[in-house]
Design a protein around this ligand. Sequence first.
Ligand code: SF4
Length: 381
Amino acid sequence: MTEPFGAYVHLPYCPYKCHYCDFNAYRLPRAEGARADMAQAIASEIAQAPGLDASRRVTSIFFGGGTPSLFRPGEIRAIIEALRSRYDVSSAAEVTLECNPGTVDLSSLRALRRAGVNRLSIGAQSFSAETLRRIGRLHTPEETRDAVRAARAAGFNNISLDVIYGLPGEAPEDSLRSVQEAISLGIEHLSAYALELESGTLFGRLAARGELPLPQEEDVVRAGDLVAQACERAGLARYEVSNFARSGRRARHNMLYWHQGSYRGFGPGAHSHLFGRRFWNVSPPGEYLRRVAAGGEAVEDEEVLSPTAQMGEWVYLRLRLSEGFSLASFARRFGRPLDAAYPGVRETLCAQGLLEAVPLWVRPTPKGRWLLHRVAEPFLA
Ligand code: SF4
């Protein structure tokens, strides 16, 4: 059996910069041809990438960003074709494209579908027009609804929406209303993240000065619980801390990350994990374009995880999944029992109510899911 293998493509341009955004994303340059140049450079990077052994087959492709839907469908198609020329891409591969409301319409979505994209991840973030304005997003809730309707009409049957809760000025009930609106669109998958404040963002700076009306921590926890309950009631089962899906609709590409699988990233700042070795590309688009044009490596640096670090990371990533992991799977992977690798840790976390006290299995409790960093700490130390 071939092991899953993913390709990640980073398209770094956005029409604007959201107030909370810490991604490797930049305003689309004014220069005509900026998108075409980037798509062309990524296709060249793919063409120059080392091959994989014959047993590896690409089972998922993910276009992230940035706002990949700012790129023309023909540019996305050219990148998919470059991947198909370089690698053995499964005909059943999940091909996801992140898009933002206001940047797609029926005609572009039909063209994307024809290009081979079969899953959309739409950045809704909120269904309150006022909240969207407050967080610096220049689309409306109606544009999100239009995007989902157009995607259905274009033949997409696998649609995910992203929402953020714990936003400034929002009560838990506001977050719940947004998620209920998202669910009412009949989507197959929902990602719901609590707002994170990063120091390099406008929100990070405002928060540091005490000028951001952030909800209290207990309200964020309550919002997260309300969101999860609404999803579960609607048949979207929680399968990861922040992700909910209908049966058979888990994000296959993201499951690869949580299973510590192998993937190759292309584009500015894209990360790769190839059989225990991690490396990443230079982040600024200009430098990336220069390096690829000069026929050089876009890779900036690499890291090889020690066996201990790999083991800790494996545990942490599995703990993010609702099913956790079996003691047998740990022993199979690392050649020794979990309790021998981390003496006393499981017992202590069970006693603290952070891990479920079930035989043969390791799974966080609802409290442990909220305090995942505390659960993971002794494994990552
Ligand atoms: S659309 Fe996404 S990537 Fe672009 S600025 Fe906003 S949050 Fe960042």
